[in-house]
Design a protein around this ligand. Structure first.
Ligand code: 5AD
Ligand code: SF4
Length: 497
């Protein structure tokens, strides 16, 4: 599944600079504190220099100004891009601070308890402030989960809208403009996907594109099926149309998104398979890299491996969350595969025509996880040799089946297991990365360091590399880099021609 509160930190900010915490990508206890205000230029998104060219007939700012802050995963990041485009096309202008905005929106995450708490603390900042004349809205997973209770906890909020209802946002905004005090969009039984005419994009080179929304799996710890609703796939022709537009706008890398992206089921008569879609996206002129995340092991089929082996533009990286190395715990998690079945998928990926990097997500301290079962997770790390891992302490969530299981492992013990797990993975990564010294990789340059002649970028396998180059302008270009050093979380290199 795809909720990666840390990965976007490795992406460049609006100025093309890589944020400071990017080097922590990899062995991570994905804790919070991360959120980002929406901040990008119009031209980068729409290809038009002025508002009037981008949105003919719409008066910029006629309806007010908005400030949008995103918490959580790439899916939320991308939803925020779409919400922003919708607001712009309706005559809202982007404000730089919440103080300057007439509409303040928080796109929220509730995957773990701390994420949800963060949203309420942010809303709490408004109690003291002057909210008169401002509309405050909560979008995303906390909105869906808490629903109208948000009005009770934070009466100054006037809009609550879950992600499955974003297509109704224009209607909801119209109601607010008409003087309605409170509006909600909380249906999840929609078969719609959220498509917008113009989609603002927060990264100048990598465009996210949601191909499947919601989730039909029922992992016992997970809120996503409740907060994002049932699985809905987007029509393949509409996806390809958007990819062509993106290529025309200058994007060379696309990342196809979905909680279970490889469960994609084309709703059109074409019935394009996920692997065929990957190949078709790679075939679009101007596209150089195709990424996809997150894959579910049960739906990971040989044709996907074959497509990656055959088409070099499809990135050699699969994010395949395992969650636990113990079959008993996997059953309790309702993960639909055993340790052995998961390892068969790994063997299938390893048998591809070219090496493919594999990364994962792991939860420690699931209710009833015995020490011996945790050790099975450790031995799985030894066996698979992941390139990177995101790890989490189990967090009981509302509505989920595992909520009724007693959360028997103490926070302290969860912390102990997490630290052991991360130490092991750090060792594995240190050894794996050290072996890459001397190799050459193609790197998409996405950041410039404050240190002179130092740049940052990603290889196709999504390895971060800091490298030296005498060139004066490399952002957004593809360069060859030779690896000269390695740390557990990143590589060091030099630009070669
Ligand atoms: N507690 C801890 N981690 C969780 N995840 C999902 N739900 C929970 C939870 N209740 C983790 C899973 C998932 C990742 C994005 O977040 O590992 O793959
Ligand atoms: Fe991923 Fe399972 Fe949650 Fe679906 S229910 S989003 S497959 S963890």
């Amino acid at each position: 599944m795809l909720l990666r509160p840390t990965l976007h930190r490795g992406l460049p900010n609006a100025n093309g600079n890589a944020p400071s915490q990017q080097s922590r990508a990899g062995v991570l206890n994905c804790e919070l504190g991360m959120s980002k205000p929406f901040d990008i230029e119009l031209e980068r998104l729409t290809g038009q220099a002025s508002y009037s060219e981008a949105f003919p007939g719409v008066d910029a700012g006629q309806r007010g100004t908005f400030f949008l802050e995103t918490f959580g995963c790439q899916m939320n990041d991308h939803d925020s891009e779409k919400v922003a485009s919708l607001l712009l096309s309706r005559g809202y202008r982007q404000a730089e601070t919440p103080e300057a905005a007439s509409l303040i929106l928080y796109n929220t995450c509730s995957i773990r308890e701390k994420a949800a708490q963060k949203v309420f603390s942010r809303l709490g900042e408004y109690r003291e402030r002057q909210t008169e004349g401002k509309v405050i809205g909560v979008l995303g997973c906390v909105a869906q989960q808490e629903g109208e209770d948000i009005f009770k906890r934070a009466p100054w909020v006037s809009l609550v809208c879950g992600s499955a209802s974003y297509s109704k946002l224009p209607e909801m905004l119209a109601q607010l403009e008409a003087g309605n005090q409170r509006v909600t969009g909380l249906d999840t039984d929609t078969d719609e996907t959220f498509e917008t005419e113009v989609t603002r994009r927060d990264n100048p080179w990598r465009a996210y594109l949601t191909i499947i929304e919601g989730c039909d799996k029922a992992c016992s710890y997970c809120v996503v099926p409740f907060t994002r609703g049932p699985e809905r796939s987007r029509a393949s022709d509409s996806i390809l149309r958007e990819v062509r537009q993106l290529a025309e706008l200058g994007y060379s890398e696309v990342q196809l998104l979905g909680q279970t992206v490889n469960s994609y089921a084309d709703p059109t008569a074409r019935k394009t398979r996920f692997s065929e879609l990957l190949l078709a996206v790679a075939d679009v002129e101007g596209i150089r890299r195709v990424r996809f995340t997150t894959s579910h092991p049960s739906d990971f089929t040989p044709d996907i491996v074959e497509a990656i082996g055959r088409e070099l533009k499809i990135c050699d990286h699969v994010h395949l969350p395992v969650q636990s190395g113990s079959t008993r715990v996997l059953r309790a998690m309702q993960r639909t595969y055993s340790r052995e079945e998961y390892l068969e998928k790994i063997a299938m990926i390893r048998s591809a025509k070219r090496p493919i990097a594999i990364t994962t997500d792991i939860i420690v301290g699931f209710p009833g996880e015995r020490e011996s079962e945790f050790e099975e997770t450790l031995s799985l790390l030894d066996e698979v040799q992941y390139d990177s891992m995101f790890s989490f302490k189990y967090s009981p969530r509302p509505n989920t089946p595992s909520l009724s299981m007693s959360d028997s492992i103490s926070e302290e013990e969860k912390g102990r297991r997490l630290a052991i797990l991360q130490d092991k993975q750090r060792e594995i990564q240190a050894a794996k990365n050290a072996k890459l010294v001397g190799e050459r990789f193609e790197v998409l340059v996405s950041g410039k360091s404050r240190r002179e002649n130092q740049w940052t970028g990603y290889t196709t396998a999504h390895r971060m590399i800091n490298f030296a180059s005498q060139e004066s302008e490399l952002l957004g270009t593809y360069v060859q880099v030779r690896v000269t050093g390695a740390t557990p979380n990143s590589l060091v290199g030099e630009h070669v021609t």
